[in-house]
Design a protein around this ligand. Structure first.
Ligand code: NAD
Ligand code: DAU
Length: 334
């Protein structure tokens, strides 16, 4: 049951590898990760010495690296992607290259495989676009509205096409906003928690009323693991946390947990094309027996504690790190 996890040194990927090693200790795991600014070898430190674990630094757009790491695999989970919406606003090309072309390279190699049982393409709730009312179902039309979500929608439907055209055992997951340990501190929760710890104002976009649905990364990992063996090829599955919270409320909760005043909230210019709300109908996955297990209040408090307890993890990523500083200065204009 050898499993290839691409992007396994990133936030969700590294949590997934840990989860898989715990739940299936006899499955060999290969991680293929380019180690971009968002990927860290240290995220997988505790896997060193795990029997059958192999880390390969490489690019999913490189057919040779993909062929070498997919060899003999029963399962492939493609987490590798450029993932930050704000970066896609000024650098769409790298999103199209990795998220769309990289997925194509993986699918082409999967077609050659004689051992593949399931290929999971990790997509996102952003492919539905902004959802003013109600909740998106898997059959709803896709209406991505920023270069990140458009590239993910391209990969999402490309993966589906390899099932419809070639009968490849592909399935697609569309998850809502994940939170938890090891998330690069440019996304709202780790950015605001670590800023608040250091008494730096937290930059809240627009009126702060945009709504995101928060899913604990462990609940996401359990869903993907279940789908590896129980998902149906050609199908798409929404994975949502059922915790829809306006950003202003999230920000206030974070500040309260860190013990800092609300005066740290700094309203800033809104994100271009900022989707107002995402919401997922997850009845399909729930009918298979999955439901989120981590209550948001507890999950958020534990996440804040994790960042508080691990400054050695996030400080080097924020301070003296050109990838963070250049993005921060460019995006927030200093
Ligand atoms: P992340 O940015 O933390 O990690 C991405 C990983 O992919 C990094 O380790 C990076 O080094 C690697 N990578 C990037 N380009 C690569 C390439 N060309 N070849 C090999 N590796 C490469 O992202 P994340 O938040 O963990 O997201 C993982 C996946 O889940 C992505 O596909 C993302 O679109 C999807 N997703 C994320 C969320 C979320 O809230 N974070 C929600 C839904 C879906
Ligand atoms: O919905 C799933 C998506 O969630 C994933 O597909 C993406 O990979 C992941 O990055 C995430 O995208 P978002 O754009 O929703 O995440 P982000 O943390 O960047 O922003 C969350 C909300 O917070 C969003 O409404 C914008 C707002 N925000 C974000 C930042 C970084 C702010 O108000 N200020 C900020 O500085």
């Amino acid at each position: 049951m050898k499993t290839l996890v691409t992007g396994g040194a990133g936030f969700i990927g590294s949590n997934f590898v840990r989860h898989l090693a715990r739940t299936h200790p006899d499955w060999p795991i290969v991680v293929l990760d380019k180690l971009t600014y968002a990927g860290r070898r240290e995220n997988l430190q505790d896997l060193e010495g795990h029997p059958g674990f192999e880390f390969v630094q490489g690019d999913i757009t490189d057919p040779q690296a993909v062929a070498r790491t997919m060899d003999g695999c029963a399962y492939v989970v493609n987490f590798a992607a450029e993932t930050h919406v704000d970066r896609s606003l000024y650098d769409a090309g790298s999103f199209i290259h990795t998220d769309v072309h990289g997925t194509f390279v993986l699918l082409e190699e999967a077609r050659r495989s004689r051992t593949l049982r399931t290929f999971v393409q990790i997509s996102t709730d952003e492919v539905y676009g902004s959802v003013p009312t109600g909740s998106s179902r898997e059959t709803d039309p896709l209406m991505p509205r920023n270069p990140y979500s458009a590239s993910k929608a391209g990969a999402d439907r490309l993966a589906y096409s390899y099932w419809a055209t070639y009968g490849l055992p592909v399935l697609v997951t569309r998850a809502s906003n994940n939170y938890g340990s090891h998330q690069f501190p440019e996304k709202i929760i780790p950015l605001f928690v670590t800023h608040a710890i250091d008494d730096i104002p937290v930059p809240l976009y627009g009126d702060g009323l945009n709504v995101r649905d928060w899913l604990h990364v462990d609940d996401h990992c359990r869903a993907v693991e279940m789908l590896l063996t129980q998902g149906a090829p050609g199908e798409t599955y929404n994975v949502g946390g059922g915790n829809e919270v306006p950003n202003i409320e999230l920000t206030k909760r974070i500040l309260a947990l860190v013990g800092k005043p609300e005066s740290l909230i700094q309203p800033v210019t809104d994100r271009m094309g900022h989707d107002r709300r995402y919401s997922l109908d997850c009845s399909k996955l729930r009918a298979m027996g999955w439901s989120p297990q981590v209550p948001f209040e507890r999950g958020l408090a534990e996440t804040v504690e994790w960042y508080r307890a691990h400054p050695e993890w996030w400080r080097p990523l924020k301070e003296a790190n050109p990838a963070f500083r250049e993005h921060y200065q460019r995006h927030y204009r200093g």
